[in-house]
Design a protein around this ligand. Sequence first.
Ligand SMILES: [Fe+2]
Length: 249
Amino acid sequence: MNPSAAHLTVAEPYLIQQDWQGYTFDQHAVWAELVRRRMPQLAEHACAEYLDGFQQIGLREDTIPNLAEVNKRLGPRTGWNATPVSGFLPPDAFFEMLAARQFPTTTYLRGRESMEYTPEPDIFHDVFGHVPMHAHPVFADFLQHYGKVCAGLMGDKDKLERMGRLFWFTVEFGVIRQKGEIKLYGSGLISSHGESNYVIQGGPEIRDFNLEQVLDQQFLVSEMQKVLYAVESFDQIYEAAQEAERRLA
Ligand SMILES: [Fe+2]
């Protein structure tokens, strides 16, 4: 077991090792294709913190990330780890990991037949999409706090659904205004060419972030997002997680 994960209890059965040596040449080539396809657009449209994080944690274009290497760089910065897991986690295990600054990370990589979209979580979405933001101190604190609040709401389906919307409109589909432009930070945007194009072309209605609205805003996983919420800074989502705690806990 990963020694840094020793204190996890609910999530413990889902922890695995990443068999990095086991990836094939072709799988590394798929990773490289995925990254090369996304990077030109992200260089222009991703937020500065994502692009910094990508460099800081040492992600590379040509090889699937070795999570142990990523963690050597990420851990000292914010205390977060990308922790290998076997697949989708039940909510209690997922929140336990977030509260412990461990991001559940799948090690499977999609095949060539699903370059744009995969219904299963995979290492491209999880690591390329999510983990660079965990190098940012405020985002790092926000995500841990989010996990802690949700862990305390287990059993209350309605409140967890509302918190799920906060996750969706920040961690997965968040956008931020920087120098007067909309920039991407949500992993569902970062890792998807189609979703990002839709935003860049002005498809979704972009509203100012408002916690009350976000907690009430329904969404469909299976369609392009019609509404997104733009923050002005990452302090805003950290404060929103604290405010959600006051309202729901
Ligand atoms: Fe995700």
